[in-house]
Ligand binder design. Structure first.
Ligand SMILES: C[S@@+](CC[C@H](N)C(=O)[O-])C[C@H]1O[C@@H](n2cnc3c(N)ncnc32)[C@H](O)[C@@H]1O
Length: 348
């Protein structure tokens, strides 16, 4: 408790003086509220648009609850709190939701199943993480992930961090406050642009401990960021976390990006992606992919051992739903410090 008081006052002091980019434990509710307001204001001044795809995946999770139980893949009762107004209407009426989901399934087969499936996989993984010896959880590109609030992850032995671009984090905090009536105190919020900022500096400033076993969750992010940003994140994780630390992430096959993918539904999803995703809805584009045959080498060069790979169409609970077979979920471990100068930052 003494420690959090100290960290809290450091945070408040620095926010006034030099625009801190994190919000961490504060001793009293009033101080926390004050620091939270200042932090959100500070992020707002920076401008930028919150992620539209983060909103979209939160909406997909919210619509899961409108499905009959045999078709439901994940269970995120807080998802709807984080969905923007327009999309939230979708979850208000079962009839409208069902209609929209049918259309989505017809034009982008498996997409909602894939998003819900990875959420389920990660939820299950996270529930056992304290027993597995993890002492910190870092959500990278957290978006409107609600796990920190619904899975009761934070405890005296576990620190939880949410890292995201300033604009999305600002919107997340705004929506969280609206939903809960206060900013949740169990999380350390760190505003970072993976392209522009030093993740290590921000994390150390915010109280992150590089020596303990840490679980990193990087869900639905890699395909939206540049090869340089991917390397920045992996460099930090492999170089600045304790032995046994693990990163869970998903990636997209590069062949989908360059149009050479011949796997099931790739053609149809590519049309939907080009006409609806980027043109009509103006969602963030996909910019990064890896070929599955190159994944193990890609990770090994960056200091990781790949423990598990789960295809995006694999074993979806619910039976009648399918996923997307050119995404993959990966579990990769950090065996120890690794010289990142061997990495060629070309995205392969
Ligand atoms: C599709 S959302 C996924 C959000 C969340 N992980 C989930 O699954 O619900 C992509 C996330 O990546 C974040 N992101 C994209 N580019 C980023 C960057 N350059 N630096 C930091 N975060 C970034 C967005 O702000 C957004 O929260």
């Amino acid at each position: 408790m003494e420690d959090s008081t100290r960290l809290g006052s450091v945070s408040i002091a620095q926010q006034g003086a030099e625009k801190a980019r994190w919000l961490t434990w504060i001793a009293s509710e009033a101080e926390w509220e004050e620091a939270g307001e200042a932090f959100v204001q500070d992020l707002a001044n920076e401008g930028g648009k919150p992620s539209s795809t983060a909103n979209m995946v939160a909406a997909v999770r919210a619509t899961e609850l409108t499905r009959v139980s045999k078709d439901r893949i994940c269970h995120d009762p807080l998802a709807a709190c984080f969905v923007g107004l327009k999309l939230r209407l979708l979850t208000k009426s079962r009839l409208i939701t069902r209609l929209v989901l049918r259309v989505v399934e017809a034009v982008a087969p498996g997409l909602t199943g894939y998003v819900a499936g990875r959420t389920r996989y990660l939820d299950e993984y996270l529930q056992g993480c304290a027993e597995a010896g993890f002492r910190q959880i870092v959500f990278l590109g957290a978006g409107y992930d609600s796990r920190a609030y619904r899975l009761d992850l934070a405890s005296p032995g576990m620190k939880v961090f949410e890292v995201d671009s300033p604009a999305t984090q600002r919107e997340k905090l705004y929506r969280a406050k609206k939903a809960f009536g206060r900013l949740p105190r169990e999380v350390v919020y760190v505003a970072v642009d993976f392209d522009r900022d030093r993740l290590d500096t921000r994390m150390f400033e915010s109280g992150y401990d590089r020596d303990v076993k840490t679980l990193f969750v990087w869900e639905g992010v890699t395909y939206y960021i540049t090869p340089k940003a991917v390397d920045n994140v992996l460099r930090f994780v492999s170089g600045d976390s304790g032995p046994g630390s693990t990163i869970l992430f998903d990636y997209l096959y590069r062949s989908f990006l360059d149009g050479t993918c011949r796997l099931r539904d790739a053609r149809r999803l590519r049309i939907a992606y080009r006409l609806i995703w980027t043109k009509l809805l103006r969602l963030e584009p996909f910019v990064f992919g890896i070929e599955p045959g190159e994944l193990n080498e890609f990770m090994s060069v960056r200091g990781f051992t790949v423990n598990a790979r789960i295809n995006g169409d694999h074993r979806l609970p619910g039976g009648s739903r399918k996923g997307v077979c050119f995404f993959e979920n990966v579990e990769a471990m950090v065996p120890g410090p690794y010289p990142m100068d061997r990495v060629v930052s070309d995205g392969r």
